[in-house]
Design a binder for this molecule. Structure first.
Ligand SMILES: Cc1ncc(C[n+]2csc(CCOP(=O)(O)OP(=O)(O)O)c2C)c(N)n1
Length: 655
């Protein structure tokens, strides 16, 4: 074990170590932290590139400021906080990163007093920091508040609207812009262009050298002197008219975010000194220090667990995700339909739209982290006769709720929203589970919400809607999970080529072999839950009809009529109705369906059970989480046994 590895693993107070180490020692500690992050992410999965980019920044921040007692640190998004976690009493538990019962991959106020504000969605750091600063001021507490935000997150609506408030609120916030030129993929938009001009301009390198020698050679530590020097040189070399300065901030930088010495000097000079909000622009390398992550920072933004000692991109899989299948299918359709448009909010790879981008770049739009604007943009294109599909994770669609109601549904704009990662997403945990989309969408008029049970059926539904002909008259939402399936691109090609279609509004029934004229169980299983239930029904020696529900709304009233038609029910058979969905129970599909059935067929309904999710769900792998939420095959069986076991046994014996 190297000395510094020992320091890292053995020390009870790493912050103290950081405060008392010289630059050389800090660099060695940075090296060990990087190794430890890579090792842990290889085992547990997680955000690799972003965390490799913030090691030195985090060390410098803890070296200079006194978190959390005096100063406060607010991380945006929270996905780049592994070094922060390691330094703040979580070194020993870091091995449990993202595992069930372990530490979160994001900031979490229940986990540590050092995590000042929980995050997972981008763009909240500046507003939170401003709120903390005001609260500190009103209660007479000293200390600085620092927000760290990436160049990607900075372009989100939330961040920009807060940025616009800082100066007017007479704030002294210190905002550190961690600029690596990347969101998950390349960052887009005017801010990104501006930053990129600074980074690639000749002036930046000259400035870096000049700043370094200035700091070395001068013994002046007077804040004004150094900052004036930075500003003047910046102005001459780089930024005649900084966006931030014109907004009223003191703009400093760009500073090399991997140069510990300079970072510490600049942060120390900012501390307590400037009675004005400051933007410190640092330049970092996403994936810094690890060749493969530096070369492909987008691929290693978020990675799955790996075999030890293999580079993550060596992983092979003969399975496909719903996301890849969706993006691939859409790309195929672009050949038939020259009005088809694909839109993402900075998630081209995650949503599989990179397939579309690769084959049809002129009709692919990455609008950055702007879920609200992206939806409006899609709506406007649809009104001009184009055929937009906006792919977005369920959890991020929450950001655009008003746009769904006010801009899209109210105007009944015909477009498709592909709601990816709907349901339990696994180790990213509660900030990322897609468990609210059904409840959000269910009450909204004019829209339709589909929920395929499998990749192949999703492709068939896509064929039905937009294969060879755009068949979309309403806003359509297709929700599908973060799940891999054994299906190949060739099989998808066949479905597309043969134009196999599925009308999702027509549900299907399967039945186990028995019939009981007195009582039966009808299970309405939405989307993914069909598979869990299918495995279960053959275990049960009791008449069950399992309905594969592929649309949240509209509900299939003709199938319901077929099941409940009183004229067919001459034995006055009673029914136990169960609904099951991978989403919040309250206000979900099941509550709505059962309400409808009770209103129409009360006298046939013996009992109802509505299965779904009741609380914020922790992190863990999908199987663990399905089990925890009562949605795995085994736990559904257990619930039935507990709730209606008696009835089942009674009727099984007498039938
Ligand atoms: C509202 C929302 N949309 C999308 C995401 C997905 N996401 C997580 S990190 C990220 C990129 C952030 O880029 P940046 O802030 O520059 O940080 P970096 O990873 O480059 O350090 C995105 C798009 C999210 N977390 N929240």
């Amino acid at each position: 074990m190297s000395d510094f590895k020992e320091v890292l693993f053995e020390s009870k107070n790493l912050i103290n170590v950081i405060k008392n180490s010289d630059i050389g020692e800090l660099q060695s500690i940075a090296h060990e932290i990087r190794d430890f992050i890579v090792e842990t992410v290889q085992q547990n999965g997680g955000h690799l590139s972003s965390n490799l980019g913030t090691v030195e920044l985090t060390l410098a921040l803890y070296r200079v400021f006194d978190f959390p007692e005096k100063d406060m640190l607010v991380w945006d998004t929270g996905h780049q906080t592994y070094t922060h976690k390691i330094l703040t009493e979580r070194m020993q538990s870091f091995k449990t990163l993202r595992k069930m019962g372990g530490i979160s991959g994001f900031t979490n106020i229940f986990e540590s007093k050092y995590d000042s504000f929980g995050a997972g969605h981008v763009g909240t750091s500046i507003a939170a920091a401003l709120g903390f600063e005001k609260a500190k001021k009103l209660s007479g507490e000293p200390g600085e508040v620092i927000a760290v935000i990436g160049d990607g997150a900075l372009t989100s609506g939330n961040a920009l609207e807060s940025l616009n408030q800082v100066v007017g609120q007479k704030s002294n916030l210190k905002i550190i812009v961690n600029d690596n030129g990347m969101s998950i993929s390349d960052n887009v938009g005017s801010f990104a262009n501006n930053f990129s001009l600074i980074r690639t301009g000749k002036g930046y390198n000259t400035f870096k050298k000049q700043l370094k020698s200035f700091l070395r050679e001068t013994h002046l530590t007077g804040l004004e002197t150094i900052l004036e020097w930075i500003r003047d040189n910046m102005k001459h070399n780089l930024l005649p008219d900084s966006i931030f300065e014109s907004m009223g901030f003191k703009y400093l930088g760009p500073v090399d975010g991997h140069d510990l010495e300079t970072l510490i000097r600049v942060l120390a000079n900012i501390k307590d000194g400037y009675k004005k909000p400051v933007v410190l622009h640092i330049h970092t390398k996403k994936g810094c220090g690890i060749d493969y992550a530096e070369a492909k920072p987008n691929i290693f933004h978020g990675v799955s667990p790996l075999e030890k000692n293999t580079s993550p991109d060596q992983k092979k899989s003969d399975q496909l995700s719903f996301s890849d299948a969706m993006g691939y299918t859409l790309a195929k359709f672009a050949d038939y339909d020259d009005r088809l448009i694909a839109i993402t909010s900075a998630m081209d790879i995650g949503t599989g739209l990179h397939h579309f981008k690769a084959s049809c770049e002129e009709r692919f739009f990455d609008l950055g982290i702007t879920e609200q604007s992206s939806l409006v943009f899609a709506g406007a294109m649809a009104l001009k006769g184009f055929h937009p599909l906006y792919a977005v994770y369920s959890t991020f669609l929450q950001r655009a709720y008003d746009q769904i109601i006010h801009d899209i549904a109210l105007q009944k704009i015909p477009l498709v929203v592909a709601v990816d990662r709907a349901g339990l997403v696994g180790n990213d945990g509660p900030t990322h589970h897609g468990t609210f989309d059904i409840n959000m969408l269910n009450p909204i008029p004019n829209i339709k919400v589909y929920a395929p049970d499998s990749v192949s059926n999703m492709v068939r539904i896509m064929n039905f809607l937009m294969g060879k002909k755009w068949n979309v008259a309403n806003p359509i939402f297709i929700r599908y999970p973060r799940v891999l399936e054994d299906i190949s691109y060739e099989e998808i090609d066949k479905i597309i080529f043969n134009d196999e279609k599925k009308d999702p509004e027509q549900w299907e029934i399967i039945q186990n072999h028995q019939y009981n004229p007195k009582i039966e169980l009808i299970i309405f299983a939405l989307g993914t839950m069909f598979n869990q239930c299918k495995q279960m029904i053959n275990k049960v020696n009791f008449p069950i009809r399992l309905v594969k529900v592929t649309s949240v709304k509209p509900i299939d009233t003709s199938l319901i009529q077929q099941l409940f038609n009183p004229e067919n029910n001459i034995t006055n058979q009673q029914k136990i109705v169960i609904s099951i969905e991978e989403g919040m129970r309250t206000g979900g599909f099941g509550e709505h369906l059962i309400g409808f059935l009770k209103e129409k067929y009360q006298n046939q309904i013996f009992k109802t059970i509505c299965l779904g999710i009741d609380q914020f769900i922790t992190q863990g792998n999908r199987d663990e989480l399905l089990h925890e939420t009562g949605l795995s095959t085994q736990s559904i069986y257990n619930t039935l046994e507990a709730e209606i076991g008696e009835i089942i046994h009674q009727h099984t014996m007498t039938s």
